[in-house]
Design a binder for this molecule. Structure first.
Ligand code: FES
Ligand code: FE2
Length: 377
């Protein structure tokens, strides 16, 4: 594997496999547009990116379009009930084939009206049969890999991609074990944020709870930090703690301590996170999407048993939207400014033997994956 570190000082770093000796990713990795350009190919076009719940394409003919950075992707359920993904581009002269979402029996290109079946096969176009050597195979939509994983749709632009279940063995079963109602969950609420920080800065913040007692006073009333643990696996990281109380409407500190339930959060390489909060069955999905080297779009989706959240569901949504997420955004935006300081290049990871809430080995694990993907390790 090439070593960027030795070729170019731009890629230099003091990261080591041994977390106790290692330095963090240096500032350039969070600010330089060339790093994001490399990450685009090496990370975002080579890994499984979650694009939403499979309920978005519940019936044959249902479709929606989505972006993986600048790559427009069409996802559609065929007459055979199979969900497929394609590059959303017409093989004729390159017009985008579909837009938004909806239900169609057939896709018709808005430019010259070539038509395509829901499974991507070329259907028809005016005068194409008169063309010499017209190859219908070449006129089919270009497929993109798609997997359904714990009811969510993941796509991968790399035709050679290793199956998600192989990268994260046992994870679906584990999530199903924690949320037995998983198959009944539906999207109840969605919010989005524009964060002035590199996407890795946002992920770093998610992967440690060292800052929780300082920055998230309400969170540490909900989740017991004394037995909080961070566990790393090849391509995902798990954080668990004991729920101290449910998120009542009033988020009453000191009440309901007997309602002991479990908190669990999972981060899936490279940019997806999900939280299972103490309280009613549900799932919070967090999509962290780069929007330039120093900007990240974050979508939060709340899945509950019904489309209209209960009082407790709304309390959770309000807490995440008005308190927890703004607290984290303030932290990462300050770090992003700090990364431009002439007084900072990189730092050290705080780790403890227990791998507890104060331990930053999850951040180290993530940085290792980034550097390996970039060929810089
Ligand atoms: S570009 Fe689609 S039919 Fe011409
Ligand atoms: Fe946080």
């Amino acid at each position: 594997m090439r070593s960027m570190a030795s070729q170019n000082t731009k890629w230099a770093h003091r990261y080591q496999e041994d977390v106790e000796r290692s330095y963090t990713l240096p500032n350039t990795y969070y600010t330089n547009p060339e790093v994001l350009a490399e990450e685009r190919e090496a990370i975002f076009f080579k890994n499984w990116i979650c694009v939403g719940h499979q309920e978005k394409v519940a019936k044959p003919g249902d479709y929606f379009t989505t972006l993986i950075l600048d790559q427009n992707i069409l996802i559609a359920k065929g007459k055979d009930d199979v969900i497929r993904a394609f590059y959303n581009v017409c093989p004729h002269r390159g017009h985008e084939l579909a837009s938004g979402e909806g239900n169609k029996a057939i896709f018709s290109c808005p430019y010259h009206a070539w038509t395509f079946q829901l499974d991507g096969k070329f259907n028809n176009g005016r005068a194409v049969r008169q063309m010499k050597d017209f190859n219908e195979q070449e006129a089919c939509l270009r497929p993109v890999k798609l997997e359904v994983f714990f009811n969510f749709l993941f796509i991968n632009l790399d035709p050679q991609a290793v199956p998600l279940r192989q990268m994260m063995p046992g994870l679906e079963e584990e999530i199903r074990g924690r949320v037995p109602e998983l198959d009944r969950l539906t999207l109840a609420h969605r919010t989005s944020y524009t964060i002035k920080a590199n996407w890795k800065n946002v992920v770093d913040n998610y992967l440690e709870c060292h800052h929780c007692v300082i920055a998230h006073p309400q969170l540490v009333e909900l989740v017991d930090m004394s037995n909080y643990r961070v566990e790393t696996f090849d391509y995902h990281i798990k954080q668990t703690g004991t729920g101290k109380q449910r998120l009542g409407c009033e988020l009453a500190v000191g009440e309901g301590k007997d309602a002991v339930e479990t908190y669990a959060s999972y981060w899936l390489w490279p940019t997806l996170a999900l939280d299972i909060m103490p309280g009613e069955p549900g799932l919070i999905m967090m999509y962290m999407i780069p929007d330039g080297p120093e900007q990240t779009i974050e979508h939060l989706e709340f899945y509950y048993l019904q489309k209209e959240p209960t009082e407790e569901g709304w309390a959770n949504i309000e807490y995440q939207d008005k308190i927890l997420t703004p607290e984290d955004i303030e932290l990462v935006e300050s770090v992003q400014r700090g990364l431009h300081s002439r007084g900072y290049v990189d730092g050290r990871y705080v780790v403890d033997q227990l791998r507890s809430s104060i331990s930053e080995h999850g951040v180290h694990h993530f940085h290792g994956l980034v550097l390996k993907a970039l060929g810089a390790l």
